[in-house]
Design a protein around this ligand. Structure first.
Ligand code: BGC
Length: 717
């Protein structure tokens, strides 16, 4: 991080001159005022009561009642802070720029499906470029909540079910947003959220309780946060949830002992929206004073929106319930980040030029690599001269393509499927919107074309914050439409625009080809059309399991082995798992097809036996594999490496992802993919947080998805 040390003296100087009230002001983050209270708000800024502003009004899941950013208004507030407040400390402006600004990229879950860290980094660099140009200093992303329950609406915002993949995305997003110096033009501060365990909400219900053992916390929920911190994330948002009865908001164990002492976080922690005052509702604090005391003493530096620090902290310091040093430390952490952002040198937003055209090109590239081809029985790609029947509720849809947590993109600038298909077709595209087709006419119409493309999915309003669902199936009218299209005997291609995995049994069976396009952003429709017509080749893979039935939730690949042989995910003794349904995933983690035909060779490891001491002192070993493209298309393949620690002091997963590489393999070519493994990949965390590598045998799997059985065994002696 830039110039870190130089600031400490200046920070000392600033803190020594601040009154207690001004210090508390730095810890306070109200949201943008409405027109009605703007003048009163300016007075609060003048009085030093506003350290940061949440740049939205009443935002949840991306609704912003203010409707956009007024750079002039924010600059005016900044001018008042810098020129008219006694301390002159600039305000830090934060906004939920989650997966795009004016240009909208795919929802984060979809971006993860690209398995392409460079592309994700580039996307977030574009996002930072656009949003910082409108005065956003700080965005509340990356969202790193590992989630195994697609009923949870916020599954769309995170990296899915795997800690290794989540860690890779965390790093890419932080690097894309902050670069090597967040004070540079076009860069923003990142905020790793929601620390920690929020994705484990029971029943998939948002804001619900979680039950997470220290073993699971260390091995599943913390790694992505560690990765974001190591990549330089300067802020962390605490989560709403409790973990086994302890609200994170007031937990010194999670916010200080683990976050700072164990993970080495040196920035500041902001609460989630109103989470401090909600400690009273969670039943661990009696009133706002209690809430404030508990949160600040736990290590929570900035209070988002509820204003209880502002209301209670002065008295708490006067009465000795909170020490002045604790307040000073929180102020110091916040000022440090303001210095790192360069706000003391240049507090104002000066709008410049932003190359939206290039960003849209990147958004299309990102959408294309996020799309997962789930099924293709000789139908895709189709010819441009084919006569296409286009049907379904998503053929004219624009808004849902942009997804949830989208504040600044414009549906009217988002091509829909009908436009995107027509732009490429020479054979003609006839379309019928919705699912309400007259029986006879629709069948006849479909019979008179070469292929039917059904555009289906879920609305963005069923995804995101506070939008969990108990039913992850497609709506009955959509299922009916699929069956009717099927009954024509013509080839049927499905395109699913969803934020989460949906129940797939009875759906995929009825398609000849199936494309999972997610809520893929500004350019997803054109990316899908490219894939349908063969102008691009799909290369996304699933970052989260697609279940047969919702009743199989939670279903995830990195399960531990069972003492009785029922390793459900892997189909072992499937009939012992449920007597009434097959327990295997419909589409497993890491799964995705291509138009290219990738043939894997044998795994090669030149050193299958390595001394434990060598591994401990940093020795690495290589595992390689040849992949040949025997198909007719050039394509990108994600080679996935999993390990299994066969004997350990704690039960270890049947498979855990420890490496992936996305490589372009031209038709007829063979590419050798090399993975390097060592201490960091072979170990695990004990419940006390200690990282250990234990000697013994490790199966190393290499292949196209988590079900691969191609393996070798390596021994650490
Ligand atoms: C969400 C956060 C978000 C914050 C500010 C909260 O309700 O949980 O993810 O950053 O609001 O909008």
């Amino acid at each position: 991080m830039n110039k870190m040390k130089d600031f400490e003296k200046q920070i000392d100087g600033i803190i020594s001159k601040l009154s207690l009230k001004e210090k508390i002001g730095q810890l306070n983050q109200p949201e943008t005022p409405t027109a009605d209270n703007a003048e009163e708000f300016k007075e609060r800024v003048r009085n030093g009561e506003v350290g940061s502003i949440l740049m939205s009004v009443g935002a949840t899941a991306g609704n912003d009642a203010q409707g956009g950013i007024s750079v002039e208004f924010y600059n005016e507030l900044q001018r008042i802070a810098v020129e008219e407040s006694k301390s002159g400390i600039p305000i830090l402006f934060g906004r939920d720029v989650i997966h795009g600004h004016r240009t909208v990229f795919p929802i984060p879950l979809a971006m993860t499906a690209s398995f392409n860290e460079e592309l994700v980094e580039q996307s977030y660099s574009d996002i930072a470029d656009e949003a910082s140009n409108e005065g956003v200093h700080w965005t509340f992303t990356p969202m790193l909540d590992l989630a195994r329950d697609p009923r949870w609406g916020r599954v769309i915002e995170g990296p899915g079910e795997d800690p290794f993949l989540g860690s890779a995305m965390a790093k890419a997003i932080v690097k894309g947003l902050q670069g090597d110096d967040p004070s540079k033009k076009g860069k923003m501060l990142a905020c790793a959220k929601h620390y920690v365990g929020y994705g484990a909400s029971e029943s998939g219900i948002d804001y619900h309780r979680t039950e997470i053992s220290d073993y699971s916390l260390n091995n599943y929920y913390l790694p992505a946060f560690k990765s974001a911190i190591d990549a330089g994330a300067v802020t962390v948002m605490s989560a709403f949830n409790d973990i086994s009865g302890q609200p994170v908001t007031s937990s010194r164990y999670y916010l200080t002992d683990i976050l700072r002492k164990r993970l080495g976080f040196g920035g500041f922690v902001v609460s989630d929206y109103d989470a401090v005052c909600q400690l009273a509702k969670q039943g661990v604090a009696e009133d706002d004073s209690d809430c404030t005391e508990m949160a600040l003493n736990a290590g929570l530096d900035m209070d988002m929106h509820d204003g209880v620090y502002m209301k209670c902290l002065e008295k708490l310091v006067e009465t000795g319930r909170v020490k002045m040093e604790t307040v000073d430390e929180a102020v110091r952490r916040i000022l440090r980040v303001k210095f790192q952002k360069g706000l003391f040198e240049d507090p104002y937003c000066k709008k410049g030029a932003v190359d939206i055209e290039i960003h849209r090109m990147h958004a299309k590239e990102m959408a294309a690599e996020s799309i997962v081809l789930l099924k293709n029985e000789g139908v895709l790609p189709i010819k441009k001269s084919d006569r296409v029947a286009l049907a379904g509720p998503f053929i004219h849809e624009r808004r849902s393509l942009l997804g949830s947590w989208m504040l600044d993109g414009k549906p009217e600038e988002t091509p829909n499927m009908c436009e995107a298909m027509k732009a490429k077709s020479t054979g003609g595209v006839t379309s019928v919107n919705g699912t309400d087709l007259g029986w006879d006419s629709s069948l006849k119409w479909m019979c008179n074309t070469d292929v039917t493309v059904l555009c289906l999915g879920e609305s963005w309003t069923s995804t995101g914050e506070h939008r969990s669902v108990s039913n992850i199936a497609l709506t009955p009218d959509q299922t009916m439409l699929i069956e009717r299209a099927r009954s024509t005997g013509k080839k049927v291609i499905g395109v699913l625009f969803c934020g989460r995995p949906i129940e797939m049994q009875g759906i995929a069976d009825n398609f000849d080809a199936l494309i999972y396009a997610w809520h893929g952003g500004s350019e997803v429709a054109s990316a899908v059309a490219d894939i349908i017509y063969g102008d691009n080749v799909p290369s996304g893979k699933l970052p989260i399991t697609i279940p047969r039935k919702a009743t199989h939730i939670p279903i995830y690949y990195n399960i531990t082995p069972s003492g009785r042989p029922v390793d459900c995910y892997y189909g072992e003794n499937a009939g012992e798992c449920y007597v009434d349904s097959l327990p295997t995933p419909y589409y497993p983690f890491g799964y995705g097809l291509s138009y290219a035909k990738f043939v894997y060779g044998d795994i090669v490891c030149k050193e299958p036996e390595i001394a434990f001491d060598d591994i401990k002192s940093g020795k690495k070993f290589e595992v390689t594999i040849d992949i040949t493209n025997e198909g007719d298309f050039d394509g990108k393949e994600v080679a996935e490496l999993y390990i299994r620690d066969k004997l350990a002091s704690m039960m270890r997963p049947i498979k855990e992802l420890k490496g992936f590489k996305k490589v372009l393999i031209k038709k007829g070519e063979t590419v050798t993919v090399t993975f390097t493994l060592g201490y960091d990949e072979l170990g695990f965390f004990l419940p006390n947080g200690e990282y250990v590598v234990e000697p013994g045998k490790f199966d190393v799997y290499l292949g196209e998805n988590c079900l691969t059985e191609r393996k070798i065994t390596v021994e650490i002696k």
